[in-house]
Design a protein around this ligand. Structure first.
Ligand code: AMP
Ligand code: ZN
Ligand code: FE
Ligand code: FE
Length: 288
């Protein structure tokens, strides 16, 4: 067992994962990880429970969040060491939840139009009641036998451009970065492989713009990145003086093909990446 392994991208029941924050942290420890970051979508609600569990499980827990921002393809910004008690952050996250709450009934209406027997209460129950996202709709469709797996629900109905897709109002990349910086966090571009931007000049330009806004890192190591993509993102981070991070995007049974710490099987994220991030974080805090 390599005690230097970590995972900096993990979801719990606070958003659309299927394990509670406490269970996730103990599971990460049992899986041999030295540190785990909890990065739920649009919420910090799971962080107190996760941090407390970390003390008992003997694993370092990094408080985090993952924000969806408006950009072609799918742009997500991870925020590490955000302060869950920050009241401005809480207000802004409540606004993001409002965007979801306006979108979700529209998804139900579309699914019902497609002939599925589904209602909002069932989906809210499936979600545990706070952040309701598309994986929860997928889970209900699966339980009712309309699809065989979560992926099928996205491929046929819930994915972008599919018949039950509803666009969500999103904040701009700049707003997402500021939200994280204002609450003391470190903003990192999540899974750049999902962006509709090719590696090369276009990506370098984008990174430059985000960096001007305050971006501090790139998630180079990620479950679906190829070795070539990872090498490219690591090189870009080095060129720009940005941090490198990595994680699996573990969601429990909502993404059964992703293992914590291991991704699809060959993900390797080492503790030294976190050590560098903590270094930057403490310099930021002390203003040195
Ligand atoms: P939402 O925030 O409600 O738009 O849902 C986003 C969640 O759905 C994230 O966890 C994504 O990883 C997940 N997701 C998006 N597309 C797919 C897909 N094609 N298959 C499975 N999960 C997906
Ligand atoms: Zn998710
Ligand atoms: Fe993401
Ligand atoms: Fe994620």
């Amino acid at each position: 067992m390599d005690v230097e392994l970590i995972d900096l991208h993990v979801h719990t029941t606070a958003s659309d994962g299927t394990m509670t924050p406490e269970k996730t942290v103990f599971y990460a420890a049992r899986s041999g990880l030295r540190a785990v970051a909890i990065t739920d979508h649009d919420t910090v609600d799971g962080l107190p429970e996760a941090l407390e569990a970390g003390l008992r499980a003997g694993i370092e827990v990094v408080p985090g969040v993952e924000l969806s921002v408006d950009y072609p393809g799918q742009m997500h910004i991870l925020g590490y060491y955000v302060d869950p008690e920050n009241s401005k952050l809480s207000r802004e996250l409540a606004g993001l939840k409002g965007n979801r709450d306006r979108r979700n009934p529209k998804i139900v209406a579309k699914l019902r139009q497609l002939g599925f027997d589904i209602n909002m209460d069932e989906v809210i129950r499936e979600s545990g009641g706070v952040i309701v996202g598309r994986p929860h709709f997928a889970a209900v469709l699966k339980k009712k036998g309309y699809v065989t797996c979560v992926d099928e629900a996205f491929d046929l109905y819930l994915g972008a451009g599919k018949p039950a897709y509803v666009k969500k109002d999103k904040i701009s990349p700049d707003q997402g970065i500021q939200m994280i910086l204002n609450s003391g966090g470190i903003p990192v571009l999540a899974h750049p492989g999902y962006l509709k931007v090719n590696c090369g000049e276009e990506f370098e330009l984008l990174i430059g713009e985000l960096q001007e806004r305050g971006l501090l890192g790139i998630e180079a190591y990620y479950t679906t990145h190829t070795a070539e993509q990872t090498a490219y993102y690591v090189a870009m981070a080095a060129l720009k003086g940005l941090l490198v991070t990595g994680g699996s995007d573990f969601h429990g049974d909502n993404k059964p093909h992703i293992s914590i710490g291991k991704g699809g099987g060959d993900l390797v994220v080492r503790y030294d990446l976190l050590a560098k991030m903590k270094n930057i974080w403490s310099k930021k805090r002390t203003g040195t």
